[in-house]
Design a protein around this ligand. Sequence first.
Ligand code: SF4
Length: 342
Amino acid sequence: MKELDGRLKFTQEETLVEVRDLKKWYPVQTTFLDKVFSSQRQFIRAVDGVSFDIHRGEVFGLAGESGSGKTTTGRAVLRLTEPTAGTVRFNGIDLRSLDPDTLREMRRWMQVIFQDPMASLNPRMSLGESISQGLKIHFPERTSDHREITFEMMRMVGLTPAEFYYSKFPHQISGGQRQRVVIARALVTRPDLILADEPIAMADVSVRVLLLDLMKELKDELDLTYLFITHDLATARHICDRIGIMYLGRIVEIGELKEVYTHPLHPYTRALLAAVPVPDPHERRNEPMPEGEIPNPINPPSGCRFHPRCLIAQEICSKAEPLERELKPGHFVACHFAEDYL
Ligand code: SF4
C-alpha cells in the first residue's frame, strides 16, 4: 500500500493509550422550581473514574450491559466527547492538552468504526467519495494518489471489483458491504488506533464472523490497535486479547481475556459469562443472572455499585467501595470478596 506520511511526529510508545481516572458527567436538565428549591446540581455520571492501558498491537475490549458507560468511555478517550476529568495519553501525548487544530491532525491516527453504517454514511456520497474523505482532510497535497489509495483500501476490505463499487451509493449495497465501507473509511488514513463501537451489531448474523475475521486480518496487516466496545461477551471472545468489564461507569474487572473468561473473579462478570450461549446444551450454568436493571447513574448506590443486584452482597458492600486489586498478575478486580473465587 502507498505510504502516507504526516506532519505530526511522535515516538512509538509500547503503551499506545493510557487512560487515568477518566470521568464524563452530563448535567441534568432541571426545571426552574428545582433550581429554586435545590442548591445542588445533579449529574449523570456516565463514566466515573475509569483507568486502563491499551498496548500497541492488541485488541482491548470494553464490555458490559447497556448503560454501563462503555461507549461514552470510548468517545471520551478519543475526545469525540469532552471528558469532565482525568487524563488520556496517546503515544505519550496528553490529548486533553491539544488545541482543536492539533487534535484534528491527530485524528489521522485515531479513527472510529461506528455501529450503524447506514447512519454514519452520507447517502448522497458515492462509496469511493466516503472512503476517501479522510485523505482529502489529512493529505490534501496528495490528491492525485487518492483514487489509487481508495481502490487499494476497498480491495483490502473485500469490496471488489473496487472500480465497480467506487461509484455505488450506500442504499445500493448490502448491510455487510456497508460495514466494509465503514471499515475502509476508518483505515484509509493508516491510523494506529481504531475505536470499534459495536462494529458488527447491525450486521446480519451470517456475516458477523466474517467481519470479525476481516478486522483481525487487517489489524495484523496494518499494525493496528483496537479499542473494541461490545455488549456481547461471545463477540469479545472472538477478537479481544484483554478485556475490561464495566458496570455503572466503572471498570469492575480487567485482565487477559482468557484469564478473565476462565477464572472470573467479580460476581457481575461471572453472571455475564454464565449468560453467554454455549454449543453444548448439557453444559450446566450455576451462576444466576443478577435481578433488575442497572441503577440510575445520577445517584449511584453507596459502597459497591453492584450491591443492590449482587447475590453474595454482605453488610460491608453497601458501606465501603471496593478498591481495584491485582489478585493475579495482570488480573484486577474491584470486589470485597473476590478471593472467594480464587
Ligand atoms: Fe457483590 Fe460485595 Fe463484591 Fe460488590 S463488593 S460485587 S456487592 S460481593
